[in-house]
Design a protein. Structure first.
Length: 85
């Protein structure tokens, strides 16, 4: 195994754990902010690994779908923060 596989496995597992915890802890605004930061970073890592190391670029659809999930979480978080004002 080389560093690309190890990095991608760690990023995907970390992303899955944070997605599950984000669904469980929907009321914790501080955790949702941490989730958005960690998920955006891991999606960037996965996207760069796909773009650099693989000739088949159709696999980029999965990070795009995950990024859309992060965008929806960000919109939801903004709505909650506006209600607190």
């Amino acid at each position: 195994m080389n560093i690309v596989y190890i990095t991608s496995i760690i990023s995907v597992l970390l992303l899955l754990v944070f997605i599950i915890l984000s669904i469980v802890k929907t009321n914790s605004l501080s955790f949702q902010i941490i989730y958005i930061v960690v998920a955006a970073f891991n999606i960037g890592v996965i996207t760069s690994l796909i773009l650099i190391n693989y000739s088949n670029k159709s696999a980029i659809i999965w990070p795009v779908l995950l990024f859309m999930h992060v965008i929806s979480k960000t919109i939801t978080l903004r709505k909650h923060l506006k209600q607190l004002d």
